[in-house]
Design a protein around this ligand. Sequence first.
Ligand SMILES: [Zn+2]
Length: 360
Amino acid sequence: MLDIAALPKVLLHDHLDGGLRPETIISLAQQCGHSLPTTDPHALGLWFQEAADSGSLVRYLETFTHTVAVMQTRDALMRVAREAVEDLAADGVIYAELRWAPEQHLLSGLALDEAVIAVRDGIAQGVAAAAGQNRMIAVNQLITAMRHADRWREIAELAVAHGDDGVVGFDIAGAEAGFPADRFPDVWQYLADESFPVTIHAGEADGVASIATAVRRGHALRIGHGVRILDDIAFRDDGASFGRIAAWVRDRQLVLELCPSSNLQTGAASSIAEHGISKLRDLGFAVTINTDNRLMSATSVSREMELLVNEAGWGERDLLNATLTAARSAFISFDERSELVEKILSFSDHRPADTRRYLP
Ligand SMILES: [Zn+2]
């Protein structure tokens, strides 16, 4: 079987405020006077997992009040970004896009621009620290606006303004039901006019209509989660028939940023074995494997892959294909994406010959 730890991995969907080390939360909370459920690192890690295990997206999102509370200064943002990069590099990730919502990090007086620069600088430190340990990784930011708030346009302009600072895309996240992606249609037109890439959380807590809006109104190139696209497919004995939006997403190969463990915790899936990612893979959708929130799910890209192997019967070919799909759909230049693909293929060159034929 594939050496998952050694496989060069690509991560497209990971929240900066969902991936802190418990020790770091405790240390930052002491500095800013924020009180936590416990100050024992192990117990705090478990607290986050248990709170996130409640089966409700709303309850899951409550865990972020603590992580966001301790990420309100330049130093704190830099540290969290640096450590995230180091942790991903240690997991064998060679390219990642970290997403976060700057509007939630202004409580201590940071300006939006300053917050983005702090994360940029922290990422640079993390990349350098990883390189010092002979781990090569590249990391960019995705800037998120909160669905329920009304700052989408301002945040979209922030993302575009920092296009030269390693911000490679725009996203909306948070409460999906009741806050449709077409609430502020001008935002998507603005981003389209700027030729700025978009990914949208959709089809996680809400259904097919939410995915359709993300694709048709938001011009999303990738869908965060998107697992509910299955609701637009009718399964019969002689095969599957696709609704309009499911056919569009599959035939155009819009990328689904699937997050198996996270979906279990929010109730969007009942088990890894039953998770829609396997069915979507079989139907030819462009599936990728993501962590969403490493702290809340106590996970890593490697762990998500191992779960799919052990509980859903995924094989070497599946993992390589999902990794190549992620590399091909990163919001970076074609040349950079080609380099990632080459690294993954050259890793697979060292695999037995029968795996090579699966690859393009
Ligand atoms: Zn997410």
